[in-house]
Ligand binder design. Structure first.
Ligand SMILES: [Zn+2]
Length: 117
């Protein structure tokens, strides 16, 4: 094989290498995205499964689930306490027309539309 043939062959091989690397990179990204997307779907199914199981067992949880159920209940109570504290902090107005309690910054009742003073 002459020098030019050899050089030509090397250039062709280099071109093939670059094409293969680009294809591999694209395939790597496609696979990583697919893995991430499917892991995300699994996480959502697990979350939904957890919520459904929680609803079924929350009143009489098995020993192995008690820790989770107790923590969820404690956090739910905490949320209710915080929501009540928030209501206490927020200035409110009572609609003279329908009696609804609305945000103090509202100019109109958010329930019936009555103009508030
Ligand atoms: Zn109203």
């Amino acid at each position: 094989m002459g020098f030019l043939d050899s050089l030509s062959g090397q250039i062709t091989n280099a071109g093939k290498d670059i094409k293969k690397k680009a294809a591999d990179t694209a395939e790597t990204m496609r696979l990583q995205n697919e893995i991430r997307a499917n892991q995300s779907k699994i996480d959502k199914f697990c979350e939904e499964l957890g919520k459904r199981v929680y609803e079924e067992i929350k009143d009489a949880p098995d020993e192995k689930y008690a820790y989770y159920v107790d923590n969820i209940k404690k956090l739910q109570e905490r949320i209710i306490d915080d929501q009540n504290s928030l209501r206490g902090l927020k200035e409110t107005k009572v609609c003279p027309e329908c009696g609804a309690t609305v945000d103090g910054s509202s100019s109109f009742c958010t329930f019936c539309g009555t103009k508030l003073s």
